[in-house]
Design a binder for this molecule. Structure first.
Ligand code: CTP
Length: 404
């Protein structure tokens, strides 16, 4: 078993230009953290005249560099941009906008802008005349044409006696715009979601096992989608060949007994269990340490595996949500599904048709989401990513209801 932990879908680089509004970015940083984002600040060297490195390091809890000549072995001008899911530059001054438009790379922030593939959002703040100057207007138009999101500055009081367009917008407006652009949904923020994926293998001898055709794709898709919504995800993967996802704690298991052990250990802390793994229903009575000769293979005595989901459902708290999966080859999906939902004691069961090789290893899925109130929502030919979002919407709704 091995574990990895990285944040995923929630890494932000906050670039800070040399405008007086830099101090307002301290609040922006805090509010982004409230939404579960992890923030690395890259101030331009001259912005440190307004807010110093110590403030950014204290607020972000991370090391702060301003130019490419610091921390060379970490190659920060590439690594920060590569790790970022979003880049927000606030405030973006006229000079910084001009440098980005020209493709300059004269400090760490502009280097990062050039190397990142993440969406970029600029929050301009400057004197009205600078904002309305033709050079700035042309630069903004150029950046927008390149797909960079440049927000409109607010109108109001500026430094000194001036009033006009160029104010740094309210933090809440920037956050709302950011969530809209990034399509970041934070409705699972801080929730602990336990997900199982793949298929168990029951060893017969050192070379043979009883297994199934589950690829793990649906469980991994669910894990990724839940993490993007701000959940703390633990993924228990049974024999999947899919690489670990950054930001998701992944525990690798092989057999149903191992899976059972980890589920029972992790479940008490979870808000929801999404039991996507295909569990082998039986295992050999006895594992043979040496390879069994084929002459002795005509009969293998089997014993049933624990029903992990049904057992855990008996121990659930009322505010924990349980989702099971059922792959059926029979045409009467709904009847089988409803009976299984009740037998397992889950809130939801996603039941799908897997005859003729459909679903396993495929990227598309069709089926029904059954709930314990008797509901049956049809899902037709959607990607496993889309199904994940639909299932998580249901889980979110049930969690909200479960906690009142
Ligand atoms: N499951 C489980 N432990 C088992 C078997 C299944 O936890 N020993 C879980 C699966 O992860 C899935 C759900 O139960 O979420 C339904 O799995 P399925 O294989 O369809 O159920 P079975 O109880 O094995 O029913 P069947 O007789 O149809 O195989």
């Amino acid at each position: 078993m091995r574990e990895i932990t990285f944040p995923r879908g929630r890494e932000i680089v906050l670039g800070v230009g040399a405008g007086i509004a830099a101090y307002k970015s301290c609040d922006l940083l805090r509010r982004l953290q409230d939404h579960g984002f992890l923030v690395t600040v890259i101030p331009t060297p001259s912005s440190l005249n307004f807010v110093g490195k110590a403030t950014w390091e204290a607020l972000s809890g991370r090391k702060v560099n301003t130019d490419v000549w610091e921390n060379i072995p970490a190659v920060p001008h590439v690594s920060l941009g590569a790790k970022a899911d979003f880049l927000i530059i606030a405030p973006a001054t006229a000079d910084l906008i001009a440098r980005i438009a020209a493709g300059r790379a004269d400090d760490l922030l502009t280097n990062t802008v050039l190397t990142t593939l993440a969406p970029i959002i600029l929050v301009p703040a400057m004197h009205p005349q600078m904002w309305q100057n033709q050079a700035t207007a042309a630069n903004v138009a150029l950046l927008r044409s390149r797909g960079i999101h440049v927000l409109e500055p607010a109108v109001g009081r500026l430094t000194g006696d001036d009033i006009g367009i160029g104010r740094f917008p309210e933090t809440s407006e920037i956050i709302a715009k950011f969530l809209e652009i990034s399509q970041s949904n934070c409705d699972l923020l801080g929730r602990k979601i336990l997900i199982t994926a793949g298929g168990t293998r029951e060893a017969i001898d050192p070379v043979r096992y009883i297994g199934n055709r589950s690829s793990g794709k649906q469980g991994y898709a669910l894990a990724f989608a839940a993490a993007k919504r701000g959940a703390i995800v633990e993924l228990i993967a049974a024999n999947s060949t899919i690489p670990d996802i950054e930001g998701i704690t992944t525990i690798h298991v092989e057999s149903a007994d191992e899976l059972d052990l980890v589920v029972r250990d992790r479940f008490p802390e979870a808000d929801a269990l999404l039991m996507c793994a295909a569990v082998a229903d039986a295992k050999p009575n006895q594992y043979s340490d040496s390879k069994i000769k084929k002459s002795a293979l005509s009969q293998i005595e089997l014993t049933t595996n624990p029903d992990i989901l049904a057992n855990i459902a008996k121990k659930r708290r009322s505010n924990q949500v349980l989702l099971g999966f059922a792959a059926e080859t029979d045409s009467d999906l709904l009847t089988f599904g409803k009976a299984k939902l009740l037998a397992k004691g889950v809130d939801f069961l996603y039941v799908n048709q897997v005859s003729q090789g459909a679903i396993f290893g495929s990227d598309l899925t069709s089926g029904y989401i059954l709930d314990r109130e008797g509901g049956a929502a049809k899902v037709e030919e959607v990607s496993k990513d889309t199904l994940s979002e639909i299932l998580l919407d249901n889980v979110v709704e049930r969690l909200r209801y479960a906690n009142v």
